[in-house]
Design a protein. Sequence first.
Lengths: 278, 300, 430
Amino acid sequence: MLSFRKIILYTLMLISVLFSILPLIWMIVSSIKPESQIPIYPPRWIPSVITWENFLSVISKHNFGRWMLNSIIVAGIATFITIFIDAMAGYALACLYFVGRNFLFNLIVFMLLVPIPVTVIPLFLLFSQLHLLDTHIALILPTTANITGVFIMRQFFLGIPGELEDAARIDGCSPFKIWSQIVLPLSGPSLSAVATLTFVSSWNNFLWPLIAINSDNSRTLPVGIAQYMGAMSGASGSAPNYGPPLASAVMATIPALIVFFALQKYFVQGISFTGIKG
Amino acid sequence: MPVIPANLSSTKSWRKAESFAGWGFMLPYLILFILFRFGPIIEGLFFSLTRWNLIGRPTFVRFQNYTSLLKDSFFLISLRNSLYFVVLVAPALIIIGLALAILVNNPSLKGRRINRTLIFAPYAVMSTVVGVIWNWIYDKNFGILNYYLGFLRIGPIAWLTEESIAMVAVAITTLWWTVGYNMILFLAGLQEIPTELYEAALVDGAGSWNTFKKITLPLLRPTTYIVITLTLINTFQVFDQIYVMTGGGPGTSTLTLIQYMYFQAFQNYNLGYGAAIAYATFIILLALTGILQIFMKREA
Amino acid sequence: MYRKFFSIIKAGLVVLFLLSFLSNSFAATQIEFWGGWTGPDGDVMRELVEKFNSTHPDIHVTLTTLQWTPLYSKFMTAFKAGNAPALFATHVQELAYLVEAGVLDSVTDYTHQLGLKSEDFAKRLWDATFYKGVQYGFPLDMHMHGLYYNITMFKNAGLNPSRPPATWDELIKTATKLTIDVNGKHPDEAGFDINRVKQWGLGIPTNHHAFYIWYALMNQQGTSFLTSDFSRVSIDEKKGVAAWKALQDLIYRYHVTPQGQQSPTNDFLNSQVAMVIDGPWQLPAMQRKEGLKWGVGVFPRFGNTQAVWGSGHILVLPKGVSTEARKAAVELAGWIINNSAKWAMSGNIPAMLSVSKSLNFRTLPGRSSFVSMLPYTVFLPNIPKSLQVYSSVAPGPVILAAQAAMLKDEDPARIIQDFIQQVNSILATP
């Protein structure tokens, strides 16, 4: 029989989990209801009729598949680039001594304090001059200039026992060889953490893609689905529609959740703060 | 990259090689960082000294934007709201994040892995979708929240249309959206504490609260430090949820600094003024983190 | 081992990169058309664009719909980058802003080309396409506030469903009879429980549309809020207060409207509210709702004259597009206007008189009341600072005034003072 204490703990856990997933379940359940049955009162959790019309409507009327593809390409490439450059930068900041290293690290982390929206217009002007607006590159590059990833990788490399590197050094390995053949293979969990965070962040990015991308074919999901979202929040001037926004919300969230579930196993191991291997 | 021969004992050459390698490793990231983060930040600073509507050319006005800010009642309101939001949500995010991490770390509970994933799942949802879901939940007349509260004879509460409540509603949504992130950070920190310490404490007969106070908390310090700082930064700069849920309203009750910046820069096209708001936010945040640092160092 | 891993990655990257260059065929002239229709009205426009594309093989139009507010943000940045859409939809009160920003070309040559004449269109809308004597837009449609009402609820309350309230007093009386608490009591009866109301009589918007209603009530009293040259705010305080009070009383004195309504029209669609003030863009949603029997009446008269807030969509031509794109855009604009009868399905009232007067159109459900209001529809003043003054996002003066009145029951004199101060400061900055 479970102890009283265990019951409390399980209850707390249940409440937390329910709090987290009930809104998502509500979204999914509502998306498979017919349009007229969504804004009903009293609300029903179990739909009386299940329909895929909302999903079909979104896919047939809009460039949804295209937006999804764009988001995948942009997030995928950005993540790929980021884990490598962050692994390199993190290693340099942790293990390779050079003049100004600490100053550089502090400067980088310092930039977290500047609100990101302020970079939107300057970035816009830059890409506009380079005639790179409306391209995937415009969306990929700013994401790679992230800060938390470098922080996480540096923390990880700080925790690598020095003896490992010293041994390699005595053997005559160059820093690059040490990095790529000894240290990097150990960094799977940290790379997973950085990959997850970068992917999710790129996937969900709204403000910059809104400004940087014009043509519908190059749009990413958050901006694409915003095209029919406004009507749902009750802002008059356009009629409300519930099904399409909900269906696209479901479809837009799934890929990020997949990446997330796949990598989160390593996530927790990948983040270390003390550098002590426990 | 130069290969250092095994018989080279000169530290000076090694240092030079290391320095060279260091910069080499930094370079790819550094280039991207300067071009797409640092550079735009400096350029934004320059814009804050101008008046510009995007279409024309910027006119240099020195510090006029900043002096106007001091007299701008909406700026002061948004500053107050941002601070209010931090006070409302940051402690909860930190404490609940820690509590959840401890809960999920407890080896005697089954199903921790899946629960941990589920609690973190909202973090993967995009802001537009967060808005769709929660505007729906919070609807005064047929949102499910008020429906269930009705059974407890509470309400109906005007979550998003009542000035005194709107910020609380946004705070709850923020908690839902991001507490998982703090939980994961704390969890990572918890898992670095050697289990032998806990076993030793158990042998010594220490109760769980004492264990927590004397072992867990102190060893969690680096993590706690980071979580508090990141939470402060993120809550003070809140934008996405406000934009999709209330747009700064009702009235000005959820008008935060960045929401106001968005209003000025992207609605009114007062780009210079909007940039000034962003930099004012930065300066204030700098001061806040500075105070935080002093406070936390003193605790050490 | 690493080699293989890296080469797979490289191959994957190459594939991804190549995929990213996919695009439509280049044979036809590609143009972009932007508008803020995000609901079923957007679907109607989408169908129209598809039909155009299929009947015009040499032109391919891509329609982008985004909520009006972010749409404008996007438009300005797009213009700056030289990527403005070839055809853009805007509202009549925003024309001055766009022209003064220098982003529009005049349409005079093209109206001649398309054979569009002023006699063919609703006068108010045609006139509204002109700014400082030059025509900058093609007139598409008009829309204004109307009074939707639930026929079933009327019958149940013993009211005549063919006679919706026409004056403000009738509105209050009717709404009172239609506001019922769980015990069957009305707001004017003793024992009325305001916290347990089963059905409300009237729903009114609590956002910028509340301001539009106030504006209508001001016009009904023969006044507005700007001086005739639009340079300064000038409000007759007595009339301004009376207009706000009329709205606030519905909630706080007569208790026929619930406080803090987020989406009055949703409440109406769900049969929780018997009447609602909203525009014709809701008609498709009304028609779709199963089991709802509804009608539309005119906007009630409060003052000495009839007036109702309205606006209209006009199609404009941004500068800086290529000659082929411009040609295609003009063709698209003309085609859409000539197919106004189809656009009428979105609920908006086509500006083309031949359509709005046609029997086909008038017999569409709910249209006739809206059409009858065409002669006295008033537009918001078309000022260069319209985006800032009329902003529907906090802290724009219009939305602040509306919410202070509807959500907070703020003292109307105070609302007007704040409004005057905020608008004047916007108008004063260069």
